[in-house]
Design a protein around this ligand. Sequence first.
Ligand code: KG4
Ligand code: ZN
Length: 414
Amino acid sequence: MSKGGLILGIESSCDETAAAVVERGERTLSSVVASQISTHARYGGVVPELASREHLRAIVPVVRAALAEAGVALDDLDAIAVTAGPGLAGALLVGVSYAKALAFAAGLPLIAVNHLEGHIHAVLLQGLQNATAASGNNPQWTGRSPSDSPDAQSLALVVSGGHTHLYWAQHGEGGWRYRLVGRTVDDAAGEAYDKVAKLLGFGYPGGPWIDALARFGDPRAVPFSFSQIKHKIHLGDRPPRTKAAVSAPIADLDPHFLFSFSGIKTAVLRYVELHGLREEAQARAARLFAPGADARPPRSKEEALELCPQQVLDLVASFQHAVVGDLMKKSFAAAEALGARRILVTGGVAANRELRTRFSAEAGRHRVRVEFPTLALSTDNAAMIAAAAWPRFQAGEFASGELSGNPSLALGGS
Ligand code: KG4
Ligand code: ZN
């Protein structure tokens, strides 16, 4: 029996410890995110051991803060939802163990949520919140996509630091179901952003830096071409090489919907070597990561030019233009092939300004709608986990006390 439809979501799969309370999968009462960016920044990427330690430190205060902000006690909850994977093993372990203990102590059911499904629900949650607001906060409004509405079927692009995956998402009787239709065969798009930013001596995570710098560069200055990496697309079922490529039935997927971002990262590296930009990048990194330095992405062209020469701005703009172009081309091709009328774009890279602008413009040309989460819901958070858990709660899909984190948990039967 549902009390008020309140679910506490817990997320700890990578470098954010997050907790949120969401009502009936559509109204966020609280969403607390403790970021570990400052811990990992000096290493230019997430250090798994440090991530686990930080999660251990943060989990209790973050969950308490989420309950306090929502003004609810454990007794008011209907269930506890937790990210069960994919992600870093030690990081997942902290969230899953804590959620299990809390659920047991409070006598509440536990719901296991796939992190990627969570990202997809970040967009759906946003849509439901907008719809609820538009309906004048009518408490009778359910906002949920009925199975026969055109929105019951959507293409979802999850594009983050760990993933670049295309799913066909369908809403039916038992909730949402997913089918993998495309994915990266090597690096995730966010991973390429982070690696290129590190190579050029900018901060971590790289996405917001490149996003900010690219605005002041010429996107056509360096002609990166994805045709140079096409051969990778025919990897067949050779074992995947990076964390993004775990457990993928690549051979079963249409090669037109496969991504590869390690080639462009190497192309940027080659450009840096060829044009003697390495030393200058190293000097910048030393400056930005010096103790007490307040490194933040530039807000004006003057600030950008204080950080790096125009040539680097042009390189960054060209990199981003190529990556966004490739994400767009394949997503719209998949949408067309599947007859999708709506594309949900989500994950950390969905916060990117150029990506949002170009996807939205392209949607107009294809008679397809594109939806994004708010910026806060694009990157990792727990509201998306609590929202994704609601249909599972309704369907009575609960996890057993044996639940453990699965670093390569797949979505959609893949
Ligand atoms: O979804 P997320 O918070 O964590 C994962 O599940 O990976 O995504 C983090 C990724 C990082 O690679 C970060 O560089 C990228 O999202 N990112 C961006 C932007 N903001 C974050 N990439 C491009 N443009 C942005 N504005
Ligand atoms: Zn994520």
